[in-house]
Design a protein around this ligand. Structure first.
Ligand SMILES: Cc1cc2nc3c(=O)[nH]c(=O)nc-3n(C[C@H](O)[C@H](O)[C@H](O)COP(=O)(O)O)c2cc1C
Ligand code: SF4
Length: 556
């Protein structure tokens, strides 16, 4: 029994977690009430009070912010003042950055919401209807990732492995391909699989990280919908190689369409003898379970994710030891990102050299989400090493409204900002690390001229402050201090020496935070100060915003 799943079941029945139900559950399950309350109060999806009739949430993170989410939030607030049965709040990234801004109405997420569209949607809700939230997946239409032209060829890499049992050659092929983890850290995949295979212990696990909650990041949403068979095959290959018989797919709860696709794919796989015991008639058995998260960006950090799977608060563990040797319930655990696993069948079918040849510098393929100020936001399959300017121009159709590029974030919120003058940089692991940034979560966000870089930096640091789990002081206090300084700066009220203090706070957070969230949180502002320092200081010295964005009561 997983505590989080039990709480979700209670919330599904009552719409929230009534105290009486928590007490009854505590007695039934002989779990101390304080332990249940500690978990219930951690996750943003859980409600401890009855919900209002209309629960409205406007995404406040970077791509939605740039698409006018604050204006939309205020407009919705004005429209609903006569209603007593509603609540309107900001919410962290809903993963619809390609069709911003996004709004959730009673937990159903709508993308590309204008004021007019909101009025239509809201009227339907008030009539008791539930409008269809389906959105079109925009982006590439041709894919090299799938090695199976026919549906009947699927799971060919797994069939070969079960016949040959040649685990060593799978690990060697992954090492030769140079495939690196696509979840953010870029750890070499072949090496990770080898570590878990060699870890002692007969009980091992495979975990798919499908939490994808970093602003600007939505490539895994696309991949799960288009290629669920590649994901399941990647999981089964991983399980066979490391010696696991149980796998979990940890999915964010804001992806109900993908949940449906995965459930269907799992049912089909079971019907075809691809799950359970004696897979394809072999001696290999494996079960795959879909676990729906109760929310929070921190759940994507691999050890926090494991805590959540164990039914606890998703607070990251101190590392080492790493999950490869001490993971789920202390057992060796292979954790990989959705995209990493989807790449593996193609690499094993076509070979390491084929994968490398797909990149500009013989370095492979990548999926990138493109959002912000571009004509054609979406998810694109690209050669690694593609220059940012080419990506924005050729794939994204250029900067929107005929404007010029001012800055870009090359790899999600954690990668900070780089100026347009650096847009010849190659989108690959090494090139971005060399300039103090990263390929990160595969999310390029384009910022057009007219964007205030202080406003953008404040927006991203606020996301990290809001999503900090609070376990360690440098992250919890440091991120809030930076937000306070930047908020005052947008009103021209910060002192120059406070801006200098940001550097000290950043250094402390980078050196002493337990996990990557606290370490990355200051990068949006330190990178903005490095490349757009004059623009930021202008707010303090001239008491106005050079782009006309701040000082207008725009910040909420
Ligand atoms: C705050 C934070 C959030 C993260 N979120 C995700 C996520 O949503 N998905 C993901 O695959 N990795 C995420 N990661 C990286 C994971 O910790 C881990 O490195 C990754 O899942 C390993 O898989 P890979 O080797 O295939 O990349 C996050 C890391 C941090 C520090
Ligand atoms: S760095 Fe932040 S998010 Fe990570 S453990 Fe510490 S408080 Fe939590």
């Amino acid at each position: 029994m997983n505590l989080i799943s039990e709480l979700k079941a209670i919330q599904d029945r009552h719409g929230y977690l009534p105290d009486s139900e928590l007490r009854a559950f505590s007695q039934r399950a002989t779990i101390p009430l304080y332990q249940i309350q500690a978990v219930a109060s951690f996750y943003p999806h859980f409600r401890l009070q009855p919900p209002p009739q209309f629960d409205l949430k406007v995404c406040r993170d970077l791509s939605c912010h740039m698409a006018g989410a604050q204006r939309l939030h205020r407009a919705i607030q004005q429209r609903t003042t006569t209603l007593t049965t509603y609540e309107i709040n900001g919410v962290s990234c809903l993963g619809r950055c390609d069709q911003a801004p996004a709004v959730a109405i009673n937990d159903t997420i709508y993308a590309g919401v204008t004021e007019q569209r909101f009025d239509e949607l809201f009227s339907q809700f008030r009539r008791g209807e539930m409008p269809d939230p389906t959105m079109v997946q925009q982006g590439s239409t041709k894919f090299a990732i799938d090695p199976y032209p026919q549906q009947t060829d699927r799971f060919g890499a797994l069939r070969s492995l079960l016949a040959s049992k040649d685990v060593a050659s799978v690990i060697q092929t992954l090492k030769d391909s140079g495939l690196r983890g696509m979840g953010g850290a870029g750890f070499p995949t072949g090496l990770k699989w080898e570590i878990v295979r060699n870890a002692t212990g007969s009980e091992k696990y495979v975990v798919v990280n499908a939490d994808e909650s970093e602003p600007g990041t939505f490539k895994d949403r696309f991949l799960m919908e288009k290629f669920p068979h590649l994901l399941l095959e990647g999981v089964l290959l991983g399980a066979y190689v490391v010696g696991a018989h149980k796998a979990f797919i940890f999915l964010r709860h804001e992806y109900p369409a993908q949940e449906h696709v995965l459930e269907k794919a799992l049912a089909e796989a079971r019907a075809q003898g691809l799950m359970g015991s004696h897979i394809f008639g072999s001696d290999f058995s494996c079960e795959i379970e879909l676990f729906i998260s109760a929310g929070g960006y921190i759940c994507g950090e691999e050890t926090a994710l494991l805590e959540a799977l164990e039914g606890k608060r998703a607070e990251p563990r101190n590392k080492p030891p790493f999950p490869g040797t001490h993971g789920l319930w202390g057992k060796p655990t292979l954790i990989n990102n959705v995209e990493t696993l989807c790449m593996i069948p193609g690499i094993l079918r076509r070979g390491a050299d084929w994968f490398k040849s797909q990149g500009r510098n013989n370095n492979g393929l990548k999926y990138l989400g493109l959002s912000g100020h571009v004509q054609r936001p979406g998810v694109y399959e690209v050669p690694l090493g593609l220059p940012v300017e080419e990506f924005i121009q050729e794939y994204g159709g250029g900067v929107s409204a005929g404007k010029k590029l001012k800055a870009f974030s090359p790899g999600g919120a954690s990668s900070g900002f780089l100026p347009a003058s650096m847009s010849t940089i190659a989108l690959d692991f090494q090139s971005l690390t060399q300039v103090g940034s990263m390929l990160g979560s595969g999310a390029v966000v384009a910022l057009a001229e007219g964007t205030c870089m202080l406003d953008a930096a404040l927006n991203v640091v606020t996301f990290f402050r809001n999503e900090s789990c609070g376990k360690c002081v440098p992250c919890r206090v440091g991120s809030d201090k930076i937000v306070q300084i930047l908020e005052r700066a947008t009103r021209g009220q910060a002192e120059t020496n406070e801006i200098d203090l940001i550097g000290e706070l950043a250094e402390t957070m980078q050196l002493t935070s337990i996990c990557g969230l606290g370490q990355a949180a200051p990068l949006p502002v330190t990178s903005a100060l490095k490349y757009f320092g004059e623009e930021i200081m202008f707010h303090l010295t001239e008491k106005r915003c050079p782009e006309g964005v701040c000082f207008q009561g725009m910040r909420g």
